[in-house]
Design a protein around this ligand. Structure first.
Ligand SMILES: Cc1cc2nc3c(=O)[nH]c(=O)nc-3n(C[C@H](O)[C@H](O)[C@H](O)COP(=O)(O)OP(=O)(O)OC[C@H]3O[C@@H](n4cnc5c(N)ncnc54)[C@H](O)[C@@H]3O)c2cc1C
Length: 424
């Protein structure tokens, strides 16, 4: 093992890359591990468009000099801040261009282990190399947190997969595929399967599906006043979530968890309406009660909300049933780190600088949403997370003092009541 580096970033998606860009600009030595825009390039269906608007689908360098808008302008690609869905391919090409400018040394390797020994972290890479670091930022996105309904587990990946298992949909051409789920991923996937020549059907437990309405552009004054635009959609509440994550952090913990669970539900983008409605059959109000393999096909036993029963047969079933962040599912975290990590709602309790209760260990992206609100589930949350983490690391590095974990919310309240000053 070589000398300890100041920072290791685990993850090279929008969060990891934006954090690397900020650290680089401050001259902080770091290494960044992961596949550049990995899940976007391999775990999202080809042909997908982003639900987030153009202005909210950008990565962040400290000067905001290389935005998605700038990239599209330079590359001669269509772009609009609002109302023009961003194709997945465009985001990925932009992400790669951003990486080569601001994080040129991304190492396409996985971290297999992360432990803490005395004052430093020890990362074990998938090829066996060990790296010591003073601070570590975990920005690994959603992939480890996928959910599959228990009734579908154990039937084998030949028959049942998760939506994140599919980028190329052509192998499903002419095959009968059932997509389970009623959110944006399910609607996108069922539509793209249908458009790729599969015999696709969607089954959802809700009685209706939610698809956003197309916004009138330019936005009338009334709309702008009653529902101002934000990085996570229109509305005053969304604006609060999008622009004031630090304020969100002050909300009592249980209330925060409830808000994150309930807000910004899984509606599909407005542009899916005419591609999905009337084209892809949807069976609504049904859950999968149990499933079995018979004659090389999946037999789904469905249970309706009214108690009705139905059977459906498919060659393949895709569970587009989302993600549930839970740090215990991050396979690289050692038991000793997990033991020291204070959590709420299975995600780390974080200070105002996104530092966990393990000094020097930071979390960004969806794993930080319970602390800073739903904006952290989206790319646009990196606008807040990247400078916040980088500035804290810069201060700690310059002070050359060991990292000290900030008090968690409850402790902070107590300290404030005692007149103490708390930062992260
Ligand atoms: C189907 C779908 C559609 C979405 N659409 C939108 C949208 O339109 N707009 C939006 O804002 N958000 C959208 N999201 C949410 C979006 O995926 C996340 O907000 C965003 O990707 C989080 O970025 P991230 O950098 O945290 O993680 P990711 O983009 O998921 O990147 C994770 C990184 O971690 C790396 N990694 C993972 N494990 C390891 C390891 N052990 N060692 C090293 N590296 C590792 C990966 O290789 C990758 O580089 C969507 C999500 C899904 C599932």
């Amino acid at each position: 093992m070589t000398k300890s580096i100041p920072v290791a970033i685990i993850g090279a998606g929008p969060y990891g890359l934006s954090i690397a860009a900020h650290l680089r600009a401050c001259g902080v030595e770091h290494r960044i591990f992961g596949r550049t825009m990995g899940p976007w390039r391999t775990q999202m269906p080809a042909g997908m468009h982003l639900k987030s608007e153009g202005f909210a689908s950008t990565l962040y360098d400290p000067q905001s000099a290389f935005t998605l808008k700038q990239y599209c302008h330079d590359a001669g690609l269509p772009y609009a801040d609002l109302g023009l869905p961003v194709p997945l391919d465009t985001l990925n090409a932009y992400g790669l261009a951003f990486q080569s400018r601001f994080a040129p040394d991304v190492e396409d390797r996985l971290v297999a282990g992360l432990d803490r020994r005395e004052d430093e972290f020890v990362l074990t890479l998938d090829d066996g190399e060990t790296v010591a670091a003073d601070a570590v930022v975990v920005a690994v996105g959603l992939s480890y947190f996928r959910q599959i309904p228990p009734a579908l587990e154990g039937l084998g990946s030949e028959f049942i997969t998760h939506s994140q298992d599919h980028h190329d949909l052509t192998p499903f051409k002419s095959r009968k595929v059932v997509v389970i789920g009623g959110g944006s991923s399910a609607i996108d996937l069922a539509t793209l399967l249908h458009e790729s020549g599969a015999d696709a059907q969607l089954v959802a437990r809700g009685q209706s599906l939610s698809i956003h309405e197309k916004m009138q552009l330019p936005r009338p004054l009334w709309d702008r006043l009653t529902a101002p635009m934000s990085g996570v959609g229109p509305g005053w509440r969304s604006l609060l979530y999008s622009d004031f994550p630090q304020l969100f952090h002050w909300i009592p913990e249980q209330r925060r968890l409830r808000i994150v669970r309930k807000s910004l539900g899984p509606s599909a983008g407005w542009f899916m309406k005419e591609r999905f409605v009337g084209k892809v059959p949807a069976l609504l109000g049904y859950t999968v009660d149990c499933a079995e393999i018979k004659g090389g096909r999946v037999n789904l036993h469905l249970l309706g909300r009214d108690g009705a029963r139905k059977q459906l047969t498919a060659e393949h079933v895709v569970a587009a049933t989302g993600y549930a962040p839970d740090v215990r599912r991050l396979p690289f975290l050692s038991a000793s780190i997990l033991g020291r990590l204070k959590t709420a709602g299975n995600t780390p309790v974080l200070s105002s600088s996104l530092q966990s209760t393990v000094p020097g260990l930071y979390f960004a992206g969806p794993a930080a949403a319970n602390s800073f609100g739903p904006v952290l589930r989206f790319i646009v949350g990196a606008k807040f997370a990247a400078p916040q983490i980088a500035n804290h690391i810069v201060r700690a590095t310059r002070a050359r003092k060991p990292y000290v974990a900030a008090p968690a919310y409850g402790d902070r309240q107590a300290s404030v009541q005692r007149g103490g000053r708390v930062s992260g």
